[in-house]
Design a protein around this ligand. Structure first.
Ligand code: GDP
Length: 294
């Protein structure tokens, strides 16, 4: 997925490898190339500038000029900065309450319903009882899709086909969960093709009514800077707790993974890497940085 970025970063840093003596000019050229590689990978320009400024400061502070292997030191500096850029430590989702509620938001096609199934399966494997709730009141097909996934992973799906009120459906689902001893409720909300005021109001109302311990925003990594902008819009309204980046198995250039944390100030918590239920990973900033640097 990060092939292009990895190649370009490698090329940028290589100029410092095997060089007998390097000058500030060499380092400045390398940093400029790193910045270009990040921008080419669809990293938000300001984020790319800030991170390369930090790389420059660290390179000077840690004496890259006189290091025995300046190339290696530079790799370490870039690795540290990319890790920090993506949030540093892994952040877990919070599953708290009786039942605990996880609310999912995002645009249509982002992979939200698929992720709902994956998360349910992930939580079920921890021996917790899960209820999936189909809260897309506009698309009966979305309810059907969740039912098919639920059957596949052995998790019950709650829906009310005739009810068009997502707040009511969510409340009823919580009552149902309590009566039926389901400890975790995952609510899949309606998505639209673009940000839409009614959708925002609806999901805000659901959030206020059911007070989830975790609200996640699901976004397609392939949409690059749009992913970051949409995340910002949703966060301004919803104040979500974390991001799920999907379709990282595709040819995403990596910009969303690298920029979202810095722009939205919310951590990525999961990455989705395929259509199958098993294709879900927790997000580790350091492992992702390692992957980018190859
Ligand atoms: P929703 O409209 O947000 O609920 O999106 P869906 O869950 O229906 O996903 C939209 C399409 O993307 C479907 O064809 C999914 O199979 C596919 N999809 C979801 N997640 C991934 C992923 O991580 N990788 C790939 N390649 N496809 C995915």
């Amino acid at each position: 997925m990060f092939d292009n970025l990895s190649t370009k970063l490698d090329r940028a840093i290589k100029t410092l490898k095997g060089q007998g003596s390097i000058s500030e000019i060499n380092v400045a050229a390398t940093i400029k190339e790193i910045r270009r590689a990040l921008v080419d990978a669809d990293v938000n320009y300001k984020v790319a500038k800030d991170v390369t400024d930090r790389i420059k400061d660290a390179a000077m502070g840690r004496d890259v000029l006189t290091a025995v292997s300046p190339g290696q030191l530079m790799v370490k500096i870039v690795y540290d900065e990319l890790t920090q850029l993506m949030g540093g430590e892994k952040q877990d989702i919070v599953i708290k309450g009786d039942p605990a509620v996880v609310l999912l938001s995002g645009l249509q096609g982002s992979g939200k319903t698929t992720f709902a199934g994956k998360l349910a399966s992930f939580i079920k494997k921890q021996n917790r009882t899960v209820l999936l709730v189909a809260c897309d009141v506009y698309r009966p097909a979305a309810i059907e899709q969740l039912k098919v996934l639920g059957e596949q992973i052995g998790v019950e799906v709650y829906s009310e086909v005739e009810n068009k009120n997502p707040v009511e459906i969510s409340r009823n689902a919580l009552d149902y969960a309590k009566k039926n001893n389901k400890k975790v409720v995952i609510i899949d909300t309606a998505g639209r093709l673009a940000v839409d005021e009614q959708m925002m109001r609806e999901i805000e109302a659901v959030k206020t009514a059911i007070r989830p311990s975790e609200t996640l925003f699901v976004v397609d990594a392939m949409t690059g800077q749009d992913a970051v902008n949409t995340a910002k819009t949703f966060n301004d309204r919803l104040n979500f707790d974390g991001v799920v980046l999907t379709k990282l198995d595709g040819d995403s250039r990596g910009g969303a993974a690298l920029s979202i944390r810095a722009v939205v100030e919310k951590p990525i918590k999961f990455i989705s890497t395929g259509e199958k239920m098993e294709a879900l990973d927790l997000f580790y900033p350091d492992r992702m940085a390692q992957r980018i640097l190859g």
